[in-house]
Design a protein around this ligand. Structure first.
Ligand code: ADP
Length: 257
């Protein structure tokens, strides 16, 4: 950033030539910011009417208890309202992570196990419905560095997916291992796996391997892009290994300091 202009410097060299390219990205950045602000504003504006719709539907449900057809329609509408709520929440999280507006992220030592335990508890209802066993194998005293909310975003989305895309009676394991420079936390499931041809794209916004299945399961297609952004904010990286028919392992690497 030079004098309020965003200049990109690109350096390339081969045996006889060196090239330095300067690109002025100010205009592009300006449009990107406008787009982000617009998405953030629309999402915030939608929160109240959707909450009102939810309340109205609950009241209507109480009033229509004896009318089976009406109840069927109300249940369908409630499902769509829940989807809208999730979409709005994911868009707000995504723009908040992109702009870091309003909330500075902390950089301090925190214990990871209680965060994971909380997520396992929060997701236990869906896990029970699918008879999926979720096991956290993290050491009690495991410490990581960063902002608690960012770790929450990462593992909430990964654990949600590991349950959501699992088979009935499947298993989810949250494991810890170390590398010379990094701590590795893996979320592994026994679900259907992701075909190799889709793997390069799954962290893109709104990318779904199976659109109709993901929608049916309440997916917004934004979970993994939130994971990627939050991991980057923690100076880490995320990677996926998957085998069709066997399961998927998302591995998150965090530097020690
Ligand atoms: P969604 O809200 O649709 O789950 P995500 O961004 O979280 O969106 O994931 C993108 C897509 O990646 C999903 O639609 C799904 O097809 C695939 N996916 C993510 N996690 C898993 C998993 N653990 N097992 C199988 N497929 C997965």
């Amino acid at each position: 950033k030079i004098k309020n202009r965003y200049i990109q410097l690109v350096f390339a060299a081969d045996v006889d030539e060196k090239v330095l390219l300067l690109r002025d990205l100010t205009q592009i950045k300006k449009y990107e910011n406008l787009k982000r602000d617009f998405i953030a504003n629309v999402s915030h504006e939608l929160k109240t009417p959707v909450a009102t719709l939810k309340l109205l539907m609950e009241t209507l449900e109480d009033e229509c208890q004896t009318n089976k057809t009406a109840i069927d329609f109300i249940k369908k509408a409630q499902g769509r309202i829940e989807y809208m709520e999730q979409l709005i929440q994911d868009l707000i999280t995504l723009t908040m992570l992109e702009t870091s507006k309003g909330i500075p992220f902390e950089k301090k030592k925190i214990k990871l196990k209680p965060i994971i335990d909380k997520i396992v508890e929060e997701t236990s209802v869906i896990a029970k419905q699918k008879n999926v066993q979720v096991e956290s194998l993290l050491p009690e005293d495991l410490e990581v560095i960063g902002d608690e909310r960012l770790f929450y975003f990462v593992f909430r989305n990964l654990i949600d997916n590991a349950i959501k895309y699992n088979h009935e009676g499947g298993k989810v394991e949250i494991k810890y291992s170390t590398l010379p420079k990094e701590q590795v936390i893996s979320v592994c499931d026994t679900g259907p796996g992701i075909p190799k041809s889709h793997l390069p794209f799954i962290f893109e916004r709104f990318y779904r391997v199976d659109k109709s299945r993901s929608r049916k399961l309440g997916g917004t297609g934004l979970g993994l892009s939130i994971v990627k952004l939050a991991v980057e904010k923690l100076n880490g990286k995320v990677d996926v290994e998957s085998e069709v028919g066997k399961g998927t392992c998302f591995k998150v690497y965090f530097p020690y300091s």
